[in-house]
Every structure is written in C-alpha cells, then in structure tokens.
Design a protein around this ligand. Structure first.
Ligand SMILES: [Zn+2]
Length: 329
C-alpha cells in the first residue's frame, strides 16, 4: 500500500467517525433518508425452477384461493381449526393453486392450467408467471390434465379462445366421459351444473380444433411422462410420473387438498372428493408409496411451489418442502 492510499484510508476513517458521531446525536441530525424507502409491496414472479436429471421442471403459481377448510373436510370443524392452528395457519385457508411445466428437451409439457377466470379473482396468474419464467403459451406442446375441476382447467381458455394456441390437451378417458357428458350435465343438480359447463367451455376450442386426446390408465402420454390412475378425487383423476436419470417426480394433482390435515390423516376427505371412499384409498396408497420410495412430489394445492417429499408414516407423516436454491441444479 503506498502513501496515497494511506491518506485515502485515513480520510475515510475520519468521515466514518463523523457519521457515527452524527448518528449518536439522533436521527434528526442526519435526516430520515435511510428510513424512508417506500414499501416495495410486490412479490417476485411466481415460478420456481429445478432440474430432475435432464428435465427442467418449473412450478407455476396461479394464485391462492381462500377456502373454508372447516366446512370442506369430513371432520368436526373444531378439529380442523385446531390442526390449522398447530400449523400456524388460519381458516379461511389461503390455498395455493400450482401447475407444473416440464421441458423434456423435446417437448414443453404443462400439467394443469390453473383457474383462469373460472375460480374467482384470486386465481388466473399462470399466464403472467409462465411468461416471467421465460416461455410463451404458444410454445407449450402438450397440456396434461390431472382432472377437470375448474381450478385446473380454467386457464385453458381466455375470452373463449384457446389460451395455448398450439397445444394438444390430454386427459384420462374416464374424466372426459364424466365431465363432458351432456347426460351428466342434465342430471346434475343446479348447483353442480356450472362444474360441467366449465369443463365443456374450457375444452371446447381444443375439441373443435382436433387438439383434444384421451388416454386410458397407465400410459406414456408423452415420452418421459407417464399417466398413472389416482381415481377418487374425480372419476379419472390422474397422477403423472416424470423420470430422468434415475430420479422421479410424482405430480399428484389433488391427492391432498389441505396438507395440514390430510397428510397425517388421509382418511379425512374433502367435499371436493367425488368418490370419498376411493379418494381415501388412493390418498393412503400413494402417500405411503411416495414416502417409502422417497420420490419428489409435486402437488397442486400444497404451499407454492408445492414440491417436496413425504416423510414418516401414518399420523407422523409430514410434508418436507424442497429448499430454495438460486441455482437451477
Ligand atoms: Zn384442485
């Protein structure tokens, strides 16, 4: 270090001393500038990215719907309230709606589309977050639906048109047969008809364009993404298994709606489960297998990004969320 730098350092020390002295005299002496930054008031875009072997996985946030979990679950309301409180949550429960974008290197595959305009104003952020994540809707090759409830299919359309102009939409044949049936719509009670009408409206532009396909259980819908039946929550509710280089990701849709309750108590169904007995059996089986096989799980309604592992057994079962990493790998 030469003399010039020593002098510079000495001057900096004097200046620092002056600032400290002024600080001791009280905030008024140096003004409020350091304390007056306005609140930023916004979040970073809602996407989270990671690699699964050679596959890029991006969780996309569609928003959070506010649901009355105590009314929704098949248990005494005070039990739900207590379970939420133990998890530092409150009822009505802000419930994330997550979709997952899979880039296999050959195809860009979207699992579910969020609620669009079908599920209230708190959902419908998927398109903006998809763009923030570096992709345009025209780049999506395939959309794989876990099921046809409105919070998963509303994002298929915008103003009645296909929101993903080049995508082929895929769903289990059982799911399509149930929700797209004119007979089922006619037979449904008045308060259930909008659910059928929503499914029909969301799929219509794709059906007209010849871009809707159904599959039957246990099939490779696109290379590297396999459909596995997870029936119960709805007639053709499906989980998708993504695999690369020995790593597995199970995208389980609505296997669990309220994680704070149903992970440890999978026998408790929600009002959204179409066939409660089947939903319970599926939930117990898949949660058990996911914990045993230690696979990564992606869930539509667990806190964003909805990616993590299931640990433990029975009442000790817990959700272990994935850790944030600034790096993709
Ligand atoms: Zn859902």
């Amino acid at each position: 270090m030469d003399d010039f730098h020593c002098v510079g350092a000495s001057r900096r020390f004097t200046l620092a001393l002056a600032v400290v002295t002024l600080g001791l005299l009280g905030p008024a002496s140096i003004g409020h500038a350091l304390a007056e930054a306005p609140l930023a008031g916004f979040q970073p875009p809602g996407f989270f990215r990671m690699m699964l072997g050679d596959i890029e996985v991006t969780a996309l946030y569609d928003g959070a719907a506010t649901l009355d979990a105590a009314k929704m679950l098949d248990e005494p309301a005070q039990d739900t309230e207590a379970a939420l409180k133990a998890s530092f949550l409150r009822n009505p429960l802000a419930t994330s709606d997550n979709a997952f974008l899979i880039n296999t290197g050959a195809r860009l595959v979207l699992i579910d589309t969020g609620g669009g305009s079908f599920f209230g104003p708190k959902l419908g952020k998927l398109q903006a977050n998809l763009r923030a994540a570096g992709y345009g809707p025209e780049q999506v090759d395939d959309i794989l639906l876990t099921h046809m409830h409105r919070d998963h299919i509303g994002g298929l359309v915008a103003d009645g048109r296909a929101a993903f102009p080049n995508a082929i939409v895929h769903a289990d044949k059982r799911e399509a047969d149930y929700w797209l049936s004119a007979d089922n719509l006619e037979d449904a009670p008045a308060d259930q008809k909008p659910r059928f009408q929503g499914a029909m409206a969301a799929l219509a532009p794709y059906i007209v364009a010849g871009r809707f396909r159904t599959f039957t259980a246990d099939s490779d819908v696109v290379p590297m993404v396999r459909a596995v039946p997870a029936y119960g929550h709805s007639a053709g509710h499906t989980m998708y298994v993504v695999e690369s280089k020995g790593q597995s990701l199970w995208l389980v849709g609505d296997l669990v709606n309220v994680g704070a309750v149903q992970l440890a108590h999978p026998k408790i169904s929600s009002g959204f489960d179409g066939d409660r007995a089947a939903a319970v059996a599926t939930r117990e089986r898949i949660l058990g297998e996911a914990a045993h096989q230690e696979v990564l799980v992606g869930a539509a309604h667990l806190p964003f990004p909805g990616l993590g592992h299931v640990s433990g057994i029975d009442a000790a079962r817990r959700w272990m969320p994935i850790d944030y990493s600034g790096a993709v790998n």
